[in-house]
Write a protein that binds this ligand. Structure first.
Ligand code: ADP
Length: 461
């Protein structure tokens, strides 16, 4: 009897031990599956008779692993797909994880932020050093709804402006590692243009304000006190008003010219012009301004240059501004040289206006083509300058497809040179008679009288 009891107890213990070990294996399998997030449980039969709740638990866990594996697979497929779709976008796109590591960066982002080098695995802080950007990133990640934001980044010597927008990506990455996408737009050019526009408006307002204040002041005095004012004072006031009106007129003319030129090359009326004669006639108009016996203008034109396809009015204006500048700013110059030469490539003409006057200080030279830039502000205004003359010349030359540059040394003189295309477009008809071109002459009034230009013999080709 005792023996039978021992045997039954032994059998019971054996069954219990078997079930315990099976349960143990099952729990360890479950742990492993959960840790690996692998649905290999699907292939395993768990059934342990009599352990209904554990079976139930196994089924639930299996279901959870299935769902999880489905989403993992989805996100595993989605990220590369997303990468492929974003790679060629014009906007720079960055996807970052919770710890701010870059998970994905498209080509535009690589170009914008690291000269084309890879960004994956780098921390955002390394990629874009901007406290404002990182604040924005944190706000987006914390779930705040953020609109677009402009961010200024100092990168070495240059200041770059970005417009950034960001949002979390639902369903990508796992629960503990939500991904966030940021789109960056480089708006530095726009910002630069905006700055130029603001400066321009401020400059124009300033330029208009000065003569207007003079006109207002003197005209008010004339209206209020005209009975008491002596005739001489009235005359003086009227002259001041007239000068300011002339100044306003000049300024508005120059502004209109600039605005017309800026509206595009189609505003040019290009046709074949005998360039040497055009410039020669124009230079003669300055004869009366030359100091007899002291100053002269020398013309040196390459005899190969005849008809050039240009807007005659505009090119005359460019030469006129340059020669006029010598009279106004070059102080006691003795010689102004105006010339043109066919360059070796036979496709371009190099034109120049050169004086031996005061010159331009080296610090000012890079700025003289900027709108409203004056070397000596007071003196330039006194001489009727609007600060737009050289800017207009530059626009005219660029619209003709040329290039312009200035050379100067203080006390040695100034040389402004520019190129113009030498070739005539196909189909342009020229007069059948050969052109008569003046290639070299000196405009120099004699000390005794201011007479007509002293022409050297003209050469006709
Ligand atoms: P503005 O329209 O007032 O005459 P510009 O744009 O033509 O002005 O010239 C800009 C500045 O460049 C002038 O204020 C002047 O100081 C300087 N400048 C231009 N040409 C010469 C020159 N030939 N010699 C010396 N300075 C010059």
């Amino acid at each position: 009897m005792l023996i039978a009891l021992v045997i039954i107890l032994g059998l019971l213990l054996a069954v219990l031990a078997y079930r315990y070990s099976k349960l143990n294996r099952l729990i360890s399998d479950l742990n492993h599956s959960i840790a690996q997030k692998k649905p290999f449980l699907l292939e395993k039969p768990f059934g342990i008779r009599g352990l209904g709740p554990i079976d139930e638990l196994c089924r639930s866990i299996r279901q959870l692993i299935e769902v999880d594996s489905h989403f993992s697979k989805l996100s595993g497929d989605t990220l590369p797909q997303l990468e492929a779709a974003l790679e060629n976008m014009q906007e720079s796109v960055l996807i970052v994880d919770t710890a701010n590591f870059v998970v994905m960066a498209n080509e535009a982002a690589r170009q914008l932020l690291s000269e084309g080098k890879g960004l994956q695995g780098k921390r955002l802080e390394q990629v874009l050093r901007s406290a404002k950007f990182l604040d924005y990133v944190n706000s987006v990640k914390s779930g705040a709804i953020m609109g677009r934001q402009e961010i200024e980044v100092n990168r070495g010597t240059e200041l770059t402006w970005f417009e950034v927008s960001g949002s979390p990506i639902a369903g990508l990455g796992d629960q503990n590692d939500e991904l966030t996408i940021f789109v960056l737009h480089d708006i530095s050019r726009l910002k630069h243009l905006e700055k130029l526009r603001k400066e321009f408006v401020a400059n124009v307002s300033h330029e208009l304000k000065t003569p207007l204040t003079v006109i207002k002041g003197y005209s008010e005095t004339l209206v209020e006190d005209h009975h008491e004012l002596p005739v001489k004072a009235r005359q003086r006031f009227l002259v001041k008003i007239l000068k300011s009106v002339q100044r306003l007129h000049l300024l508005i003319e120059d502004l209109l010219t600039l605005s017309r030129l800026e509206s595009g090359p189609d505003k040019l009326k290009r046709m074949p012009h005998l360039l040497p004669n055009l410039v020669g006639d124009l230079a003669e108009n300055f004869e009366s301004r030359l100091e007899p016996g002291l100053q002269s203008i020398e013309l040196e034109f390459d005899p190969r240059i005849t008809y050039v396809h240009v807007d005659g009015v505009r090119i005359s204006q460019a030469f006129e501004n340059l020669i006029d500048n010598a009279f106004r700013y070059a102080g006691d110059f003795t010689l102004v040289r105006v010339g043109m030469q066919l360059l070796d490539d036979q496709k371009r003409i190099l034109c120049f206006v050169e004086d031996d006057g005061l010159g331009i200080p080296a610090k000012d030279l890079p700025h003289i083509f900027e709108r409203f830039y004056r070397v000596d502000k007071g003196r330039s205004r006194e001489r009727g300058g609007t600060g737009l003359g050289l800017s207009i010349v530059k626009h005219i030359i660029l619209l003709h497809g040329g290039e312009i540059m200035a050379q100067s040394e203080a006390g040695q003189g100034t040389r402004i040179e520019f190129t113009l295309p030498a070739e005539l477009p196909d189909g342009v008809e020229l007069p059948s008679t050969p052109p008569k071109v003046n290639v070299q002459r000196r405009i120099s009034p004699s000390p005794a009288r201011i007479g007509p230009a002293e022409d050297l013999p003209a050469t006709g080709d």
